[in-house]
Design a protein around this ligand. Structure first.
Ligand code: NAI
Ligand code: OAA
Length: 336
């Protein structure tokens, strides 16, 4: 029996993500929470003939805790998206408050759940989650993930397109590490499988490709022209990452190497990453191996070339303040 909860389930990401989770045969109970329309979305999805039993919850009568009660995995695309001209950091003030409130409810209702944070700015909202969970005494760094998987999906698609093999996008695997905003997004093209020698030797092609992966989100924000940011590709990426976590935890399959933005805990191998990046950051998107309890091991970044070292320095410089901002966030006192 596996219970999954989506917080922000009625939104642009939340609806297609909930649909994809409803199709996941590992999930037996799907709980949808939102401040609007979650009951309607749940009624709609509940007619699909797959095992997961669906229920929707609104905030009234402690709805968040009811929705989350006993969840094994919680996926969180709750919060406002960007409009053209905005950075992800511009979303912090609103979304940090939403994340802190949800983290409090998770700490009470399902403290052992895997938590997958999609809400932006991921570089700061993950530390917000961690601080609330620490305060409640339930923080498990092996179970908290900032979902950066869309960057990995984009890297596969854009690389395959540039090498003229767009139809083979899913066969390209490019680690993307660092964080999830502009210069903090660090695609390791030198580690692409299959190798992409022709791109690596063409500086302008390589620079353009890195830039497209780093600013893929802006491409969608611009095209949607005020109607939000990536939703469908994010739903697919979120469902795929949830599947990795679920397979490792409940499906008996330890994962291939994947990347997510996680706490660099010493016992999982985070100290090694701090040495590799030359900075004492508490969070970084890294290669991880998943097992039954979440992160089994943080794997080394490995060999990178001079150009990637320059990009790494830029990523580290920008990440530090974003992590601090999230870690220091003080939720406003509850209204009496
Ligand atoms: N990690 C990533 O790669 C990506 C992250 N995002 C982020 O995901 C978030 C959601 O994006 P969209 O779905 O497009 O936005 P949206 O506005 O369409 O949906 C957000 C949903 O969250 C709900 N919500 C607001 N406050 C809530 C609360 N306190 N509890 C529960 N639900 C609440 C809203 O009612 C709405 O249904 C944004 O912050 C966006 O920047 C978007 C794309 C990629
Ligand atoms: O660009 C945005 O604001 C949404 C996002 O994180 C992405 O698409 O990568």
């Amino acid at each position: 029996m596996v219970k999954a909860t989506v917080c922000g389930a009625a939104g642009g990401i939340g609806q297609p993500l909930s649909l994809l989770l409803k199709l996941n045969p590992l999930i037996t109970e799907l709980s949808l929470y939102d401040v609007v329309n979650a009951v309607g979305v749940a009624a709609d999805l509940s007619h699909i003939a797959t095992p997961a039993q669906v229920a929707g919850f609104l905030p009234a009568d402690n709805g968040a805790e009811k929705a989350l009660q006993g969840s094994d995995i919680v996926v969180i695309p709750a919060g406002v998206p960007r409009k053209p001209g905005m950075t992800r950091d511009d979303l912090f003030n609103v979304n940090a408050g939403i994340c802190a409130t949800l983290a409090e409810a998770i700490a009470k209702a399902c403290p052992k759940a895997f938590i997958l944070v999609i809400s932006n700015p991921v570089n700061s909202t993950v530390p917000v989650f961690a601080e609330v969970l620490k305060k409640a005494g339930v923080f498990d760094p092996k179970k908290l993930f900032g979902v950066t998987h869309l960057d990995i999906v984009r890297a596969s698609t854009f690389v395959a397109t540039v090498v003229g093999k767009a139809e083979d996008a899913s066969k390209y695997s490019i680690p993307v590490i660092g964080g999830h905003a502009g210069a903090t997004i660090l695609p390791l093209l030198t580690q692409s499988e299959p190798k992409i020698v022709s791109i690596l030797s063409d500086k302008s092609k390589r620079d353009a490709l890195v830039n497209r992966i780093q600013f893929g989100g802006d491409e969608v924000v611009k095209a949607k022209d005020g109607a939000g940011s990536a939703t469908l590709s994010m739903a697919q990426a979120g469902a795929e990452f949830a599947e990795y976590v679920l397979q490792a935890a409940f499906g008996g399959k330890s994962s291939k190497t994947v990347q997510a933005y996680v706490h660099l805990s010493a016992d999982a191998g985070g100290e090694q990453i701090k040495k590799e990046i030359g900075a004492d950051l508490d969070y970084f998107s890294v290669n991880i191996k998943l097992g039954a309890g979440g992160i089994e091991k943080i794997l080394p970044i490995g060999e990178i070339d001079e150009q990637e070292k320059t990009l790494l320095a830029a990523a580290v410089k920008e990440l530090g303040p974003s992590i601090d901002k999230g870690s220091k966030f003080q939720p406003p006192p509850p209204k009496l």
